[in-house]
Design a protein around this ligand. Structure first.
Ligand SMILES: *Cc1c(COP(=O)(O)O)cnc(C)c1O
Length: 362
């Protein structure tokens, strides 16, 4: 028998989540953001499944785009940060890859390039994130230069990105939208602003292209804060393992490295063969929920490289071989991320190659 760890992928859930994007933003095109190996799930597997539903894909760099092209993905693919070197533009042009232009240097590279074909450009506008994008005073000039540039194909799409769309009580997003409107309203160009929280909670941000990533994988960008639309998502990844040892420990005995959890009563400890080497966060604290036989039990003791220990005193009949779910179906990843001091985005994205991704669509 081999190690039972699997990141199980439910492609029916993926289709459901993509359909929810369509339902919430019926008038927008959908760009599925599959950067970083589709947030750790496996970009090729998920992009193939999304091809019939998404109008385009988006990635962080040319290498990620070419991986998709080589596996037969024919949809347009946008480079969200544009190119890092002018030489990339020729490959993008050849391969039907779209480029973001977000500063004067990228614009000059485009103007000076000799390309086999024009490329579709997205002009990114900085409305408050202050990470990428043309400044307010540059937008009209950059837009006109792109329109005039023979290397640009058609009218550039105008885009921006939200800093805090996952915090629905703050007015940051409203202010970003107002500025986006003021800076881009007069050009008659297609526009794009919404990431997952934008799709779910900010209908005014939908415009012509929505750009969901995280919600497609069925997790709420609002973390553990309830949100009505996010409650309809279905997790694509369920991280599974199994119990490999069960023992009773006396009150006062401590468990694991550093003895950071000590039994306050006679306790039963189940050891599960998954650890930080398999993508489970070492920073998860005592009490983090784990599903053993479908029932919640608290993490007890420090996460090891290959194992965790769980307090199953209150569960009946836990045995070696019993199934364990670390997150996914029945346990939102945010409930693990929060006590680990991070967000579900990070837990999914940094899932190591050691944990096999297995398509298991119920
Ligand atoms: C990553 C990214 C997205 C997707 O964000 P989610 O919160 O995962 O939906 C959208 N737009 C840009 C520019 C991004 O970098």
């Amino acid at each position: 028998m081999s190690r039972p760890n699997q990141a199980r992928l439910d492609l029916a859930a993926l289709r459901h989540n993509a359909d929810l994007v369509r339902e919430l933003a019926p008038n927008a095109n959908m760009m599925a953001v599959v950067k970083a190996n589709a947030y750790g799930h496996g970009a090729v597997t998920l992009a193939r499944e999304l091809q019939s539903r998404a109008d385009a894909m988006a990635v962080a760099c040319l290498e990620e785009a070419l991986e998709l092209r080589e596996s037969g993905i024919s949809a347009p693919i946008l480079l969200l940060e544009g190119v890092f070197e002018p030489d990339e533009l020729g490959i993008a042009a050849q391969q039907g890859i779209w480029v973001t232009v977000d500063n004067a240097v990228q614009l000059e590279w485009l103007e000076q390039a000799r390309l086999p074909a024009p490329v579709q450009c997205w002009l990114k506008v900085d409305t408050g994130m202050h990470r990428l994008g043309a400044e307010a005073s540059q937008v009209a000039g950059f837009f006109q230069r792109l329109v005039d540039c023979p290397n640009g194909r058609g009218t550039p799409v105008l885009s921006t990105h939200f800093a805090s769309a996952d915090e629905v009580d703050r007015d940051t997003t409203t202010r970003q939208l107002a500025l986006f409107e003021r800076l881009t309203g007069d050009f008659g160009a297609l526009r794009s602003a919404a990431n997952s929280p934008g799709v779910l909670a900010w209908p005014a941000s939908h415009y012509d292209w929505v750009r969901p990533g995280y919600m497609l994988w069925g997790n709420s960008p609002f973390g553990t804060v309830p949100q009505a639309n996010a409650a309809r998502l279905q997790p694509v990844m369920t991280l599974c393992s199994a119990v490999i040892s069960v023992r009773d420990v006396a009150a006062g005995e401590c468990v694991g490295y550093g003895g950071s959890w000590c039994a306050g009563r006679p306790s039963r400890i189940a050891t599960v063969t998954i650890g930080y080497g398999d993508g489970y966060p070492r920073t998860a604290t005592n009490g983090t929920p784990v599903l053993v036989n479908g029932q919640r039990a608290p993490l007890a003791g420090r996460v090891s490289m290959d194992m965790i220990t769980v307090d199953v005193t209150d569960l009946d009949n836990v045995r070696i071989g019993d199934p364990v779910i670390l997150w996914g179906r029945g346990l939102p990843v945010a409930e693990v991320a929060e006590p680990a001091g991070t967000i579900g985005y990070e837990l999914l994205t940094r899932m190591p190659a050691r944990t096999p991704r297995v398509v298991v669509t119920p």
